[in-house]
Design a protein around this ligand. Structure first.
Ligand code: C5P
Length: 401
């Protein structure tokens, strides 16, 4: 759901029993990275308290059109401008009628009139009210004006009836809301992303590896899919699920990661190396488990692994190639050195000496370095950063063409 990351959602709640589900909806929207400001109609407050929505959204709930104090803060015009999407769930028959006739008789309908953002409704009402020709005419009118309707679903209703008019479940509404933001700025492009650690076997039961969680690479894969790209995710062993719609290729060693990365590379437009590849591997893998001997010290002989991203950057035709530089000191200088040495187009540098961000954490802060520019992206969740990074990578890729 990265399309919702940092998106400004005005969630309108009108009066109906389904309003209790708006609490969960708010929680899910926030969980998907959106900023949520709630507007409640007076009758919505009969079903659920503004305090609940305030606590879940982390923002004061907006209720009144002519509230001098609220207007001094974020008034109806500011709210209308702030919104990337106005989502009304539940949308009652009355709310649909008022919107359909272009009324602005309360805060929610006024914001709808004033906004340039897309407006989406999740209708919720008794099945007979939904079927009513007046409601149907209003629905058609709203759709003809570009307003989207999510649902309603069909099923058992709070009043005991069965039929169309149920509000969609919050998860479905969030999915539809996210679909409004498909950026498409990588449509038709193929991206390969390496992620996670590699494991370099010593014998059938032991290996050398590192603590990479794969979170950054997986977040980038999700953001790239949501930007419309076809994504091949070449991943070392990790404990997180692959995002939907990516082609996952599981590998263990650096050598396997290299062959998966270079296979059909001519298809690849953008290559992002987010994997923490082991620099060395044992010179030989013992066929049987290495037994403990009498010696106190054991020597391991290691040989350098191939540099995957440098190999890709040296290939012809070469994809637009991006590497990561995880450093503990002199971060930017080391990163610039790697950009040159490995022949990269961009390098994303981060300071792994900090314990609050990086390797196993959910957050990161990075500096994106190209031959011309340096851009700092402040600390944020890896998901939020991934969305920003994919936007930047898409823009730089296009500029390079
Ligand atoms: O040289 P260093 O490991 O610091 O470089 C990090 C960058 O190079 C990362 O993008 C990493 O995925 C990539 N890399 C690679 N193959 C290696 C080592 C690093 O692709 N053998």
């Amino acid at each position: 759901m990265q399309r919702l990351t940092n998106k400004h959602i005005v969630l309108g709640i009108s009066g109906g029993i389904a309003a209790y589900k708006s609490a969960e909806l708010t929680r899910l929207l926030k969980g998907a990275g959106a900023e949520v400001r709630v507007i409640m109609t007076p009758s919505a407050t009969e079903f659920i308290t503004p305090l609940t929505l305030q606590a879940l959204s982390g923002n004061p709930v907006h209720q009144h059109l002519l509230d001098a104090e609220a207007e001094a803060g974020m008034g109806h015009i500011e709210l209308a401008k702030w919104a990337d999407l106005v989502l009304i769930a539940p949308a009652s028959a009355n709310l649909m009628a008022r919107l359909s006739s272009g009324q602005g008789d309360d805060l929610l309908t006024t914001v709808c009139l004033a906004t340039d953002a897309p407006i989406c409704l999740a209708p919720a009402m008794n099945q007979a009210m939904w079927r009513d020709t007046g409601t149907q005419a209003n629905a058609e009118n709203l759709i003809s004006r570009g307003i989207k309707l999510f649902g309603p679903g069909v099923g058992e209703q709070a009043c005991g009836d069965t039929g169309p008019g149920r509000m969609l479940e919050p998860e479905e509404i969030v999915m539809h809301a996210a679909n409004q933001f498909e950026t498409g700025n990588l449509t038709g492009k193929t991206i390969y992303i390496t992620a996670g650690p590699t494991r370099e076997a010593l014998d059938p039961v032991r290996y050398i590896s590192n603590h990479s969680s794969g979170k950054m690479g997986y977040a980038l894969a999700e953001a790239a899919v949501e930007a419309g790209a076809k994504v091949k995710l070449i991943s070392g062993p990790v404990n997180i699920p692959a995002p939907e719609r990516v082609e996952l290729i599981k590998v263990e060693s650096a050598e396997q990661m290299l062959s998966a990365s270079t296979e059909s590379l001519s298809d690849c437009d953008i290559f992002i190396a987010a994997a923490a590849v082991a620099d060395y591997r044992p010179t030989a893998v013992s066929e049987h488990k290495i037994k403990k001997g009498s010696e106190e010290i054991m020597e391991l002989h290691l040989v350098k692994n191939p540099d995957i991203v440098a190999t890709v950057a040296g290939s012809s035709p070469k994809p637009f190639t991006i590497g990561f530089a995880a450093e503990t000191k002199d971060v930017l200088n080391y990163a610039r050195g790697k950009l040159e040495r490995k022949g990269l187009d961009l390098i994303i540098a981060n300071d792994v000496s900090r314990t609050d961000i990086g390797f196993n954490s959910d957050e990161n802060a990075v500096t994106v370095i190209s031959r011309q520019d340096t851009l700092e992206l402040p600390q944020a969740s890896k998901r939020q950063l991934a969305v920003r990074l994919i936007e930047l990578i898409a823009a730089q890729y296009k500029a390079s063409k």
